[in-house]
Write a protein that binds this ligand. Structure first.
Ligand code: LLP
Length: 457
């Protein structure tokens, strides 16, 4: 599952004791394992080998440049949903033509930037597209492409109205969500826009939700997609690519997620016949690659008891890892040096474990919603100064971290074997105010409108 393991009584990231990292870079700190990233990527490629997909790593899950570089070196393209993410991909050396660009709210400036960076410019083999989410967006994209005298390849994001059985906030393939175009409109969309000279509509994109722990929703979505491909063929329209999005699970508890091969075994029987008709498949995994490849390391500042309740107060909470308070997500948490008798055999709750107590693991922020775990069975002897590891934090951890209460963003470390590298320094107080203007406010007329390095029209 990953390369974080207890050895000689203490947690190691690959061959590096986690405590040694905390001593050097402090806490809170994200630690990523390169070996885990690589093996997850390789397993995905292996599982889906029969359809040779272009795997576009979903940058939003963990956008650190060094993580992107590891996956780029492995052959990954990138899934981006903003100009900022495209900038990250380009900064990591990924060609724009190897990026897919989705998102319901692309600005003109972002579209222009993406065209100039080569999104949608590939020849169709293992290259990415603009994933368009609405009629108005298509018309705007076609207008800007014409303006730029560029021909860009476009996929229509369809909304297959499938229930991924996941959290309401991250369910994206149901009709009532803002994503994509429903299947009835999809057919008309191709008839209406299929002949545009600058925005070449040639693919279908879907992303049903995240995380999806069963394979049936994928089968249901792909069955509907295949039907649409056939209907479009009767309209004289040839689909050249299908992007199945992301959403494969991760092990927040040991063995919680189906192995990648199980997803592939469910999807391949439907995908292979399409692949054999010349359709290029694209996958956009994030979580399944990076979630278990990262931990968040926090330090216990204080413990206290209030009535029956014991609180473990840490130096980070929902500012560093928003998932528990935002989605009620479970992350396994355990001391870095729990003592030989308390080393967990599995990352799962064991209320019968001796010498434990039910405790809340909370952060320092001024909200009761600031927690990493509530009513959690943890060693009873956790004390001030102990280090705690929050597991499976690689995906949507640092990428959703924030500066609430003017806290600074954590450091990030990438471990490869026995080498640990600092890949993002901890912010400091100056970082908090670097964009604020107090002494000589500039007039609104000269305020910089440029974000992507190109002017908005
Ligand atoms: N493609 C698209 C178009 C997406 O919107 C997403 C995720 C992915 C791919 C990658 O999904 P993954 O393979 O990572 O499941 N913040 C939430 C997750 C939000 C996912 C948003 N979209 C969380 O912490 O669980």
């Amino acid at each position: 599952m990953d390369l974080f393991a207890y050895r000689h009584g203490e947690l190691h990231a690959e061959d590096v004791p986690v405590r040694a990292i905390a001593e050097r870079v402090g806490t809170p700190c994200y630690i990523y394992s390169q070996g885990t990233l690589e093996s997850h990527y390789d397993r995905l490629i292996e599982a889906f080998a029969p359809i040779h997909p272009l795997v576009c790593y979903s940058i939003k899950s963990c956008p650190n440049l060094s993580v992107l570089k590891v996956l780029h070196d492995r052959g990954a393209g990138m899934d981006v949903v903003s100009g900022g993410e495209l900038f990250r991909a380009r900064s990591a050396g990924v060609e724009g033509s190897r990026c897919v660009y989705a998102g319901v709210g692309k600005t003109d400036e972002e579209i222009r930037y993406a065209i100039r960076e080569g999104v949608g410019s590939g020849n169709g083999v293992a290259t990415g597209l603009f994933n368009c989410e609405s009629e108005e967006e298509f018309e705007n994209l076609a207008r800007i492409a014409r303006d730029e005298r560029a021909v860009v390849r476009v996929a229509l994001r369809i909304n297959p109205d499938v229930d991924p059985k996941t959290h309401r906030y991250t369910s994206t393939g149901k009709k009532e969500t803002k994503f994509g175009v429903d299947l009835e409109r999809a057919r008309r969309f191709f008839v209406l826009y299929g002949r545009d000279a600058y925005a070449k509509l040639e693919g279908l994109h879907l992303h049903i939700g995240s995380p999806v722990y069963t394979t049936d929703p994928y089968r249901e979505a792909l069955t509907k997609t295949a039907k649409l491909v056939d209907e479009l063929a009767t309209d004289g329209i040839t689909i050249r690519s299908i992007d199945l999005g992301g959403g494969f699970g991760a092990d927040y508890e040991s063995a919680q997620s189906p192995p990648l091969k199980q997803y592939a075994d469910a999807i391949l029987p439907l995908a292979l016949p399409l692949h054999e008709r010349g359709i290029q498949f694209i996958l956009e995994p994030g979580r399944t690659i990076v979630a278990n490849a990262g931990i968040l390391l926090v330090k216990v500042l204080y413990t206290k008891t209030s009535g029956e309740k014991r609180f473990i107060i840490c130096d980070a909470g929902m500012n560093a890892l928003l998932r528990p308070s935002h989605y009620g997500s479970f992350h396994f948490i355990w001391p870095v040096e729990p003592g030989e008798a308390m080393i967990p055999a599995r990352r799962t709750l064991d209320p019968n474990l001796p010498n434990t107590a039910t405790q809340d693991v909370v952060g320092p922020l001024c909200e009761s919603g600031d927690f990493l775990a509530l009513d959690r069975t943890l060693p009873a002897n956790i004390k001030r100064g102990d280090l705690l590891a929050v597991f499976t934090a690689g995906a949507y951890g640092m990428s959703m971290a924030n500066r609430y209460n003017s806290s600074v963003l954590p450091a990030e470390v990438l471990v490869n074997g026995s080498a640990a590298s600092l890949v993002r320094t901890r912010e400091n107080f100056s970082s908090l105010i670097e964009h604020e203007l107090t002494t000589s406010p500039i007039s609104l007329d000269c305020a910089a409108r440029e974000v992507c390095g190109v002017h908005a029209s």
